[in-house]
Design a protein around this ligand. Structure first.
Ligand SMILES: [Zn+2]
Length: 218
């Protein structure tokens, strides 16, 4: 389905969200950044490095201030930003291959899993425990706080994928029932019968279609 894309803002401060986050899990929202997959004319929502930064901001990986700094560094080093963007898209497609194999109960492609595992090991190298609220919290180094860490925002995404793949929730990863959408989501509904990425985006249209079909039959 066609989704309206809001304009990319570069103003300092809070920006309205650019991405529809309907999956309920970070890694699946990331996989959904290639829109209209089943139509044969997919729409790349990560067309520029700035889009990746905005995804990180929308999902809370980066604060607005960190996102602003990341924009600035990417403009100072566009080649590196472009390289990381390509890597991010490659990682996303590997994650898509893994999750779609799981859903279809097919064997997971070894190359896709190997690529994901490479990132899991890389992410782990930058992860440490830090005291927080009387306990501890996971923290990644240079989280948009020092120049050059262009791919830092991929690490929480990779970790989210690893956690989901190794969790009891894996059987509840589903695709949207709209033939043109097929976005991924985690079905956390009580009876596990959720069909749409969101009622607002795809569910409503199906409801309207059924309503008119029933009227015609009646
Ligand atoms: Zn949908």
């Amino acid at each position: 389905m066609a989704r309206r894309r809001k304009k990319l803002h570069r103003t300092i401060g809070r920006r309205p969200p650019l991405f529809e986050l309907t999956a309920g899990v970070l890694c699946l929202d990331f996989v959904n950044t290639l829109d209209n997959r089943p139509t044969g004319e997919p729409k790349e929502l990560l067309a520029r490095y700035g889009d990746l930064v905005r995804f990180a901001e929308d999902t809370g990986i980066l604060t607005p201030a960190q996102a602003d700094r990341s924009f600035a560094w990417s403009e100072a080093d566009p080649e590196e930003a472009q390289r990381v963007l390509r890597a991010a898209v490659e990682l996303r497609e590997a994650m898509y291959a893994v999750f779609s194999a799981v859903i279809a109960k097919r064997a997971v492609p070894a190359s896709a899993l190997a690529l994901l595992n490479g990132y899991i090991q890389l992410a782990a190298k930058h992860l440490s425990l830090t005291p927080a609220n009387g306990g501890f919290a996971w923290q990644y180094d240079s989280y948009g706080d020092s120049p050059g860490g262009f791919e830092t925002m991929l690490w929480p995404i990779v970790r989210s994928a690893a956690e989901l793949l190794a969790s009891d929730n894996l059987p509840f990863v589903r695709t949207c029932s709209s033939e043109t959408c097929q976005w991924f989501f985690l079905d956390t509904s009580k009876n596990h019968r959720r069909r749409w990425c969101s009622m607002k985006l795809c569910g409503n249209r199906a409801k309207v279609r059924n309503f008119y079909a029933r009227q015609r039959e009646g």
